[in-house]
Design a protein around this ligand. Structure first.
Ligand SMILES: Cc1cc2nc3c(=O)[nH]c(=O)nc-3n(C[C@H](O)[C@H](O)[C@H](O)COP(=O)(O)OP(=O)(O)OC[C@H]3O[C@@H](n4cnc5c(N)ncnc54)[C@H](O)[C@@H]3O)c2cc1C
Length: 468
């Protein structure tokens, strides 16, 4: 008998299992594929390992005229992939031994939830194990790429989804990427930095429409992506309408705005869908009072690893301790968490700040309100902006593209939103997140000591412009 059964060993499930152990519970963790979930095996980690190498390749080429000399530099895709696979392998080994040494019982197989407080696990070769639980189940089964049925026939050769890039044998010369969200922008940067020609297609009028103000998107990522040597062809307000592949293997993508592109591959990075096959004889409508909590991507919105992690911890606290004070405040009357609408706007309406990072080149990071949302909420704001090229550090590093846009509530002088574009944005956003969480007045940000020359100075310098 277990106290808790956790289904899915991605970041959410692992955090839940660890927290349950920390609270002294008997816990089983079930995984149908590989420990670490999408994050470790197909998402955050291997993509960032590839993005890092692609950026290093670009940087090395750029530095050659600046005092660094070398022979012929080339990027070998297969070796970069091998490196990413080995990074993933190290992570998997570490997590598996940490989980086991904590005393979590780890089962490999596909789990389904049955009435009578049971979870059945279909192990390999038809064997089945039944796990009984007392307190509850944490469903952390994650998501997978949303497939477009109309392009089924091209899947695996002409058409790729995010999982497929790890199977790519060679770097495409020309690739069309569908989706100008986080994944699309990261993949566009990856392939462009390795020298591929990239066409990035976004349905809305700007890239990253959910998290960036239109003006900020246009003056930053949309402008930089188009600049040589990257030369990403950004097409907004359009979608992929049709694909043709002729007998010689030539692939033509037709867009809704009547543009046609001959490419080597089409990568669809537009949306994900929940892994929903987890019910045995139970139906979703009668699980509300059965202490079955959904967390992470399984809630049905495209989430992040750190939100899944936080929700895993909170779910277990709710099941074991009836602790409703946890940050993600899981609603016990619903089988979904309050975090199910993980749109930035909805979090803000609950006073939950969520930092969000994108590993494009240059990087993007945001926290809090956009100007559009602040206006919709009727908040009177003052806007502070500052450019990377105004900072010493950017010139030392030779990368001056970048900008910050900060929103300050004109009534109480607190910072309510930050949009950041530039080197190290994904690291320094945490400074803004912490100070915003502490509700420090903007003058308090300026009064702090900011080491020099560091990228974080950009917050202080931007806010100083409000005092002039
Ligand atoms: C290309 C890409 C890049 C990303 N980059 C980032 C990033 O940089 N930062 C970030 O925070 N997030 C990133 N994400 C998102 C992040 O990976 C997910 O939000 C996160 O993995 C969700 O964690 P989870 O625990 O909810 O689910 P998952 O990580 O999806 O894990 C779910 C696990 O459940 C298992 N499972 C499913 N059904 C069953 C079943 N019936 N029985 C047993 N096991 C089952 C699956 O095999 C899987 O291992 C990225 C995603 C992608 C695709």
């Amino acid at each position: 008998m277990y106290d808790i059964v956790v289904i899915g060993a991605g970041p959410g499930g692992i955090a839940a299992a660890q927290e349950a152990k920390r609270l002294g519970a008997r816990v089983a963790l079930v995984e149908k594929e590989k420990i670490g979930g999408v994050c470790l095996n197909k998402g955050c980690i291997p993509t960032k390992a590839l993005i890092n190498k692609a950026k290093a390749f670009k940087e090395t080429q750029k530095n050659i005229s600046k005092g660094i000399f070398s022979g012929n530099i080339r990027a070998e895709w297969s070796e970069m992939l091998e490196n990413a696979v080995s990074v993933v392998g190290v992570g998997r080994g570490g997590i598996e031994s940490a989980i086991k040494s904590l005393g979590v019982d780890l089962y490999y197989g596909k789990a389904a939830i049955f009435s009578g407080n049971k979870v059945r696990v279909e192990e390999s070769e038809g064997a089945e194990v039944e796990l009984n639980y007392e307190k509850g189940v944490v469903v952390a089964v994650g998501s997978e790429p949303k497939k477009f049925k109309e392009f089924n026939q091209f899947e695996g050769n002409a058409v790729l989804y995010s999982d497929d890039i790890f199977k790519l044998r060679e770097l495409p010369n020309k690739i069309l990427i569908v989706g100008g969200g986080a994944m699309g922008c990261e993949f566009a940067s990856l392939f462009a930095n390795l020298g591929a020609e990239v066409i990035l297609v976004e349905y809305f009028s700007t890239l990253l429409p959910k998290i960036l103000d239109e003006d900020f998107s246009r003056s930053t990522i949309m402008r930089e992506f188009k600049k040589p040597p990257k030369k990403i062809n950004v097409i907004t307000g359009a979608s992929l309408k049709d694909i043709e592949k002729d007998c010689s293997g030539k692939i033509t993508a037709a867009l809704s705005d009547n543009q046609f592109f001959e490419v080597d591959k089409i990568l669809i990075a537009a949306g994900r869908t929940v892994n929903s096959e987890i019910f045995g004889d139970l139906k979703s409508e009668n699980i509300a009072d059965k202490n079955i909590l959904f967390i992470g991507d399984a809630k049905g919105v495209c989430g992040t690893a750190y939100i899944a992690d936080k929700e895993g911890v909170d779910a277990v606290n709710l099941l074991l301790q009836d602790n409703n004070d946890c940050m993600s405040c899981i609603d016990a009357n619903s089988f979904l968490c309050v975090y199910r609408d993980m749109e930035v706007s909805q979090c803000l309406s609950k006073n939950i700040l969520v930092p969000y990072v994108i590993f494009s080149d240059p990087e993007i990071a945001v926290v809090g309100l956009t100007e559009k949302l602040a206006t919709e909420k009727g908040i009177k704001i003052r806007i502070a902006k500052y450019l990377y090229r105004q900072m010493g550090r950017s010139h030392c590093d030779g990368e001056v593209a970048g900008e910050v846009k900060m929103l300050v509530n004109a009534d109480d002088n607190r910072v309510v939103g930050v949009q950041l574009f530039g080197d190290c944005a994904t690291e320094i956003i945490q400074i803004a997140y912490v100070l915003m969480n502490q509700k420090i007045f903007y003058e308090g940000w300026i009064d702090l000591l900011w080491p020099h020359p560091v990228y974080g100075e950009i917050f202080k310098e931007a806010l100083k412009t409000l005092k002039r």
